[in-house]
Design a protein around this ligand. Structure first.
Ligand code: APR
Length: 179
């Protein structure tokens, strides 16, 4: 599914983010940048050990929730990996929505700073961190849409949804937004 916003587009696909041919791939990391399971584990496995070595050297303090940092992409087809830290869901009363928006926003800023024309996101915070999928889809897409309409960059933002459930949630939210 593709929806155009000005000269940019948001695309939804179902699949594995590590196989995407884009300039930047976003990792759903933790604040220690210590690696983990889920999409974090898959990206580090596919990229190889240089990703963790570079992360340790460049960002020994880690990365705060709602922010993001950039590394090269090891063996991945992308040029960069942006490691962002989404919020842990605590019932919606701990600023989770704004932190989730901030994580997406900072990655999009990094894409512009690194002259990326295309970027692929997973559904940040919706796995181990427990953010409800429908709410995450709405907030994530609204944040990206606003950025694209204001900045007209990057040209392509692709959400790579791992299963049918997450793809459906994002498709419903994007359809509602395009109406
Ligand atoms: N490609 C795309 N999406 C994936 C992939 C993959 N290869 N693997 C998992 N996902 C999906 C999950 O189904 C989920 O919808 O990514 C989404 C985010 O899930 P998590 O990877 O668990 O990320 P998050 O909820 O942000 O939790 C971050 O988990 O792995 C640890 O180190 C990480 O502590 C951090 C926490």
């Amino acid at each position: 599914m593709i929806v155009q916003f000005g000269s940019c587009r948001i695309e939804l696909v179902q699949g594995d983010i590590t196989s995407q041919q884009v300039d930047a791939i976003v990792n759903a990391a933790n604040s220690r940048l210590a690696g983990g399971g889920g999409v974090d584990g898959a990206i580090h496995r596919a990229a190889g050990p240089t990703l963790m070595e570079e992360t340790r050297v460049k960002y020994p303090e880690g990365c705060p929730t709602g922010s993001a940092v950039a590394t090269s992409a090891g063996r991945l087809a992308a040029k960069f990996v942006f490691h962002t830290v989404g919020p842990i869901w605590r019932g919606g009363v701990a600023g989770e929505a704004d932190l989730l928006a901030s994580a997406y926003h900072r990655c999009l800023e990094l894409a512009v700073e690194h002259a990326c024309r295309s970027i692929a996101f997973p559904a940040i915070s919706t796995g181990v961190y427990g953010y409800p999928m429908d709410l995450a889809a709405e907030r994530s897409l609204a944040t990206v849409r606003k950025f694209l309409l204001e900045q007209q960059h990057p040209e392509l933002v692709r959400f790579v949804l791992f299963d049918g459930g997450s793809f459906g949630a994002f498709a419903r939210a994007l359809e509602a937004m395009a109406e």
